[in-house]
Design a binder for this molecule. Structure first.
Ligand code: TMP
Length: 210
């Protein structure tokens, strides 16, 4: 068994992951854990280069299969070079997006078959799954409004409302399938309430795992 823990945070665009990561990371460290924070796609030199290719507008119109494989290429590198060594060393890894994003965006949003994603997951991850996933959920329009005010949309962020509705439904379907691991946070409410929900989930996780 790996000594460390892998915690991931997921959600559609503009749901407040960045703010949540800040206090989640602070609380994990306050509990005395050695924390390493990272993101997908990314987290390694090659992963960040693949992120640039996958999300930039340079390759607008890239095929869905290529997009899927870029996500898994970045993940293969990330797991092998960074995540597994960190977990083996007992670190707690906090990752901004991971495999659930692939099911939500490439599966739900792009409509790629689940069984292909499952096959790649098995091969690339070889049994590595997050110990805890926080799914920040809010109505699509609310999230997109925030995201689009914040920065110029990247290639994926430029998709239609219906794409993001599919993404949200795919995320929620996964949460319904794996309620022990994936905890849905209502991110549409006031910031303090969102933080309170996250802290309850984290508190329960600590109670079970430390
Ligand atoms: P973000 O981390 O800034 O939210 O941006 C990452 C983008 O990459 C986001 O639009 C979702 C997308 N993405 C996928 O489409 N599939 C994946 O597997 C991952 C990890 C991210």
């Amino acid at each position: 068994m790996k000594p460390g823990k892998l915690i991931t945070i997921e959600g559609g665009e503009g749901v407040g992951k960045t703010t949540c990561l800040r206090y989640l990371g602070a609380e994990i460290q306050r509990q005395g854990m050695d924390l390493w924070q990272t993101r997908e796609p990314g987290g390694t030199a090659l992963g960040e280069a693949l992120r640039h290719i996958a999300l930039g507008h340079e390759y607008a119109g890239m095929t869905e299969k290529a997009e899927l494989l870029l996500m898994f290429a970045a993940r293969a590198e990330h797991i092998h070079r960074k995540i597994l060594p960190a977990l083996q060393a007992g670190q707690w890894v906090l990752c901004d997006r991971f495999i659930d994003a692939t099911y939500a965006y490439q599966g739900g949003g792009r409509g790629l078959p689940q069984d292909r994603i499952q096959w790649l997951e098995k091969w690339v991850q070889a049994g590595l799954t997050p110990d805890l996933t926080l799914l920040m959920d809010m109505p699509v329009k609310q999230g997109l409004k925030r995201a689009r005010q914040r920065s110029v949309p990247d290639r994926v962020e430029s998709e239609s409302i219906s794409f993001f509705e599919q993404v949200r439904q795919a995320y929620l379907a996964r949460a319904a399938q794996e309620p022990e691991r994936i905890k849905v946070i209502d991110a549409s409410c006031e910031l303090d309430d969102v933080e309170a929900q996250v802290m309850v989930v984290l508190g329960e996780f600590f109670a079970r795992h430390t």
